[in-house]
Design a protein around this ligand. Sequence first.
Ligand code: OGA
Ligand code: NI
Length: 350
Amino acid sequence: MTPTLYKSAMEKLLSSWSSAAIYLPENYVFPVQSRPGDATVPFCNTLPMIDLNTAFAGGRQDAVQQVLEACQDFGVFQVINHGVDEDLVIDTMRVVKEFFDMPNEDKANVYSEDPNKKCRLYTSTYDYENEKVHLWRDNLRHHCHPIDEFLHLWPQKPARYGDVVKKYSLQVGDLSSRILELICEGLGLGPTYFGDGLTGVQLFSANHYPPCPNPNLALGLPKHCDANLITFLLQDDISGLQLYRNGEWLGIEPIPNAFVVILGHQAQVISNGKLTSPEHRAVTNSTDHRTSIVYSINPKPDSIIEPAKALINDSNPPLYRAFQFKEFLKTYEVKKDYNEGALEDFKIKA
Ligand code: OGA
Ligand code: NI
């Protein structure tokens, strides 16, 4: 690639031009029905907050019950005293912010428009060229499991990125196993139900949302459910994550050193609809940079996803047919329906 082409590709990144933008460009304006409008919504003050220390103090069964109820009612909860080292959480957020703050020439090695790359920096979605409206976010995304297979692909700068993010990925990966075990117990599935086939693809995905000239018309991420099994999301201190619940948008309050745990579509299918995958989005604001770090647990592409047999009986017939995870992803991407409709093709019609 010639140097000029390279430069012009990277210039799509919001971090290349957004600080000089006075108006929101036309191709970032969402259709009226999905615009956030005045996005200053109240926080969801009923969102479950699970303190794993106190939950376990009442016995393991208490912790199982709290997690199960949160997953059934909301499909999303915050977790504190989660066992991931607090300094590491702070340091990971710091090093990710340092990454996005670097000049373009330092980010050029990881910038790519090829969605098949196992580590890449890009802007908006995997389909920038064809999408009708661009998202107000830059994203750095890479695989991290098994970690040593992918470490060499990660950003070389900041120099400590690899060390810090490796530790973080391992610890959040452990947390995900512990939470999934509690979910299994709650559902009455064997403790190892979520084995490597259902959790073997783990992604580290950092979203960077720069200040936006018109937050009422743009979105960082439109309303969606996560395509995966489960997400562990770390927010910085700037709000922007919103939950769609009972027909209204509510903010998810940034709490220091807390993870927002979000169930994905696959958790809804495997639990045969007992657990819900919540609709959520990310809004922008006109003054502050916002960064979120998503640790995403996904099935392997060939794995079969289906309602767990232990949950099926005469009075609980399966709501979904079995499918390969890659089949779901294809539908998700082709239909571009990121909400409940994404599961439509896999539902068993009564
Ligand atoms: C996501 C997501 C929200 C946020 O990456 O799937 O929902 O606050 N992110 O960045
Ligand atoms: Ni999401």
